[in-house]
Design a protein around this ligand. Sequence first.
Ligand code: FAD
Length: 339
Amino acid sequence: MANHEIRDITIIGAGPTGLFALFYAGMRGASAQIIEALPEPGGQLTALYPEKFIFDVAGFPKVLAKDLVHALREQAAQFGEPVHCGQQVVALEEDDGVFTLVTATDRFPTRALIIAAGIGAFSPRRLPQACAEPWYGRGIHDTVLDPKAFAGRQVVIIGGGDTAFDWAHQLEGVAKAITLVHRSDRFRAHQATVDAVMAAATAGRVAMRTFHELADVVAEDGRLVALDLRDIKQKTVRRVAADDVLPMLGFVSDMGALLAWGLTLEKNEIVVNQTMETGRPGVWAAGDVNTYPGKLKLIATGFAEAATAVNQAVHWVYPEKKVNPGHSSNLAVFGQKDD
Ligand SMILES: Cc1cc2nc3c(=O)[nH]c(=O)nc-3n(C[C@H](O)[C@H](O)[C@H](O)COP(=O)(O)OP(=O)(O)OC[C@H]3O[C@@H](n4cnc5c(N)ncnc54)[C@H](O)[C@@H]3O)c2cc1C
């Protein structure tokens, strides 16, 4: 187990709420860190809708979800506090006023905790067919980090949602061949992306296989070389050459360990008061994960709640520091003159 240095504030979740909380903790002079289950920060924006425009974030007439995440990362990075990705918190220990967050490999001690875990830890939904399971990591990939890895490859994408269409669109001109497989002809993706992929299909640059599903994986010399696809309507099977298969079937989320931490819950959400207190001293909750009368699950609300939670946590760790942060436009930390 790797033991990390103790921090003033640790935030669970690198969604928009957690990223803004990390910035805010740095602004208040607290040491901080985020622990995030996914390989990349951004929460739902990265995992579910990176290519969609958001229209209700203050100050942006419209902003692509992935661009908002980029800006939040840049804002938080000013203070150099770490975001530990690929680490799902599975347990919380408390000893002598110090919490320790435990993942499969690491231990993260902290004086205060802010839970910004959204709708829980995500993991990509796996293909239901048992024949696929042995090929994960050996031809079947459920996360794509670098599209260039598919240059010159024959790629089969399975799914009918935003991620499937976004990747079909983005890999055009990169991959040698793209086949998009979906069980129906109804898609749950942004219409502009569907239109772009359909236009590519009409031009012969993408093969659309609607009403098809995976029947079997075909291997040669221990290497995945093709998929057998079943036509659900015609009850026939066709073989499609494949170097790489990308099942883009959405994500399953798991509140898991968080539910066992003695917090007051309502329908898997953490009940907080107007200062984002959970009722467990030293633990606050902000963003989609919490609930109170009138709660709105929006990015804008998560930002405000992050500020409230961090200011409370700072005062908890350093009672001599005020809850009220003052105005950033006057703060010495940004090179301005303190009031
Ligand atoms: C398709 C879609 C469109 C949307 N459009 C808009 C919009 O236009 N405007 C708007 O305001 N809102 C929109 N939303 C809602 C918005 O995305 C959420 O309100 C926002 O993401 C909540 O942010 P968060 O940081 O609280 O949680 P999340 O974004 O859910 O992030 C939580 C993070 O915590 C991590 N996590 C959870 N449990 C653990 C654990 N045990 N260990 C480690 N990490 C953990 C998760 O992996 C995740 O990355 C949309 C949502 C969807 C799905």
